[in-house]
Design a protein around this ligand. Sequence first.
Ligand code: SF4
Length: 395
Amino acid sequence: GQCTLVCPVGALIEAPDWHDVLHTLDAHRRVSAVQVAPATRVAISEEFGMEPGTVSTGRMINALRQVGFDYVFDTNFAADLTIMEEGTELMTRLKDGQKLPLFTSCCPGWVNWVEINRPDLLPHLSTTKSPQQMHGAMTKRGVFASMLGPAFASGEAEPYVVSVMPCTAKKDEARRPDMAGDVDHVVTTRELAKMIRARGIAFGALPDDGTFDNPLGESTGAGQIFGASGGVMEAMVRTAAHFLGEEDSLPLEWHQLRGVDKVVKTADVPGLGRVAICNGIAAAQELLEDESWRQTFVAIEVMACVGGCLGGGGEPKSMDPLILEKRMKAIYAIDRQAPKRRAHENQDVQKLYSTQLKHPNSPQAHALLHTSFAPRHSTRSLLMRFLDCVDRRDG
Ligand code: SF4
């Protein structure tokens, strides 16, 4: 059996954090910053009666300012940063011929599943933090804290950091001991809708013209497609092509990795090798059943939710049978219209590497942007062991 910690699909009742967030904002004790994940902007509209697939990026930014946040940032910025770190990590592993294939680790549902059910796979997980946690680190201890002034840069004062995620498992991720409390509160897309209602904001009447603050607000289309199954791999392939000097010869779009059907999809990337994506944990289990994955692939993406984050347990509930397709189309439309579509083209990410972070996978980047994983036991397995002990003692 698998542990409920994996539960990304909302079968667990989410512990609501939005009340605490509103109280903290109202107390005005700390500078506040919020980041929004790619899958939230294509789904929040549904909570306010708009057509599924309506993109509400600007409306959501305006609403977050009215809710009371001082700064509104984009998780997509950190998705671009994730690609720089993870893409570089992949290149290094390829050079060393070690710990391949690389599994993505930005989905805590998948990470939890590996830690509990397949700890033997842990060396294959990318050590890069997820975009949520990278963004939190850059806000609380990185470039944003420095921008606010010496008291913040030294850690004497701390900004209050909230993230809006499509995901209930992200709450658990933010509490991991290695994450240094970089994200104070995680609210789901549904909780954001509750916050907007509690503030009496007429979401549908807001203009869709809000823009993100900088420096943690710029992003490319590559960051946006993180919200769909296959998107992390496609974004990584776009930047790997650049690292390999093949940017002009390789396609930008990898349609064979897209879609909401619950299967394993693969693509051959000339110069890099064969990559796979698993749309949902069941697809990952299917891939792992046949040991040939060890030799066949150089990189494998796993997203625990079918469809990826756009199908996350924190997204609005919908009766529409085509809901995943509609949100997915909206995500790829944002990418298509983006002026820049490759993570390494993000100028603020480039600036970060020319200053604080030096280069991808540098010691500075490792300190802020990487993590580690360890085997863990599910509550159920601990209970079983306890009962086993009691049983033996009684016997
Ligand atoms: Fe969360 Fe996305 Fe993973 Fe689902 S796929 S568990 S929403 S990170």
